[in-house]
Design a binder for this molecule. Structure first.
Ligand code: NIG
Ligand code: FE
Length: 425
């Protein structure tokens, strides 16, 4: 049979394949589906065969071939929680934190998310797109082939829609596929100070319907990409009842649920979101053992974000070991944003997770590929190298995939293929 692309002779082909495209749990997290001297056959952007180089070379003739001798082939990384669409930076707050101010103090004083809100409101759509494209370029070179992206720095109807338009424009012209999330309830804008409940009503009655309408007319809906609603359930942001109102309204408008919970304060947000059937609950730094058990008994994915703890200079990390031991599905993410995690690199996240959350490289890789894909409801199309999945894959300049997490501060990604096309390398 004739195909478009045959990548062959890899020292290791790491598939991250899971049963029925379900997220991996427990012992399966230590299995990366390793094939030695592996090869991948691609036609029309889709994987048509996986196996040994001898086998595939005898079966296929290819328009293009790629010799991956001494290299690793692995799935493109899926970054399932980002705030990458923004303007400006917060390097001044970085210096304030070095000198002792905390993230929550800066936020309570009107900085943090609100300082990026000001920059976003002042920026044109073009400016936001241009600034964000440069960040996406770096993420792609570091191996990210799909990223979820949240709004949440506009915090009024016009500016939240501007961020949705930026997400659509970037998805249309950047190799990274984006998965949109509406997060109007990310912070309380200053004009609503002391009136959180009224702001929640604005989010629900005005922003959500317009966001849902935006999605219906977007290329995302056409392509079968999901649309999420998210909320920051935290002191000085939205309490559990306010968060529930927003998420339920999003569900009624056809959105799938995500929630920022237990980043600093244990409020019961994880329980609330899991009970709503959230696709993921994210952060989980101070989640109670009861809620971890509830998570484990559910389909919801727990997304942990060690880049935030690292960036905030904290030695406390989400208890990924307890989450895995309980049998929950675990994913990793960068959370790339200008405040809590200016980090474009999934392999940096894996490196931190292995050191401070005691994940093995195999667990970190599954958490950054198949489980991350499931955390954005895309496990049926991406996240693993399996027949009929999208050919989003990486060539790593190492012969042992564990170096992805063992080394840090560099970049082992030598080439990136998106739907079978080489986009880096
Ligand atoms: O996931 N916690 C809320 N949202 C982001 C931070 C956004 C920001 O600081 O700009 C987070 O950490
Ligand atoms: Fe976040």
């Amino acid at each position: 049979m004739h195909i478009d692309l045959l990548i062959h002779s890899a020292a290791q082909l790491v598939t991250c394949a899971s049963l029925d495209n379900q997220p991996k749990r427990g012992a399966a997290m230590r299995d990366v589906g390793l094939i030695q001297d592996g090869a991948v056959a691609v036609r029309d952007g889709v994987i048509v065969a996986i196996g040994s180089s001898d086998q595939l070379r005898s079966q296929y003739t290819a328009t293009r071939t790629f010799d991956a001798s001494s290299k690793v082939i692995c799935p493109g990384f899926v970054d399932p929680h980002t705030h990458v669409v923004y303007a400006g930076d917060r390097v001044d707050e970085f210096e304030m934190r070095i000198q002792g101010a905390t993230y929550m103090e800066i936020m309570a004083a009107g900085g943090g998310i609100l300082s990026t809100m000001k920059a976003v409101r002042a920026a044109s759509l073009d400016q936001i797109v241009t600034e964000t494209r440069m960040r996406l370029d770096v993420m792609l070179r570091q191996g990210t082939t799909t990223a979820e992206v949240k709004t949440g720095y506009g915090l009024d109807t016009a500016n939240e829609l501007k961020l949705l338009d930026a997400i659509a424009a970037l998805d249309a012209d950047h190799p990274i596929d984006l998965i949109p999330t509406f997060m109007g309830a990310h912070a309380l804008p200053p004009e609503f100070r002391g009136r959180t409940s009224e702001y929640v009503s604005l989010v629900i009655d005005e922003m959500l319907p317009q966001a849902a309408n935006w999605f219906q007319q977007s290329a995302f809906a056409e392509k079968g990409i999901p649309f999420f609603v998210d909320v920051f359930c935290e002191n000085n942001a939205f309490d559990v009842e306010q968060s529930r109102r927003v998420l339920e309204a999003g569900q009624s408008a056809g959105m799938s649920v995500k929630a920022h919970v237990d980043e600093f304060t244990s409020l019961g947000g994880a329980r609330m979101a899991v009970e709503l059937g959230a696709v993921s609950v994210d952060h989980l730094d101070v989640t109670t053992p009861d809620e971890i058990d509830l998570l484990a008994a559910s389909e919801t994915i727990g997304v942990v974000i060690p880049a935030v703890n690292f960036n905030l200079g904290s030695t406390h990390f989400a208890d990924a070991g307890a989450i895995l031991d309980a049998g929950a599905a675990l994913a990793l993410t960068t959370d790339i944003n200008p405040g809590s995690a200016p980090c474009p690199s999934m392999s940096m996240v894996m490196a931190i997770a292995c050191r401070y959350q005691h994940l093995l490289p195999s667990e970190a890789l599954n958490a950054s590929t198949i489980n991350a894909a499931c955390a954005v409801n895309m496990g049926h199309r991406i996240g693993s190298l399996e027949v009929s999945k999208q050919a989003d894959l990486l060539i790593l300049d190492t012969s042992d995939y564990r170096h992805l997490a063992y080394q840090f501060g560099g970049n082992l990604v030598e080439a990136v293929f998106k739907r079978g096309e080489m986009v880096v390398g």
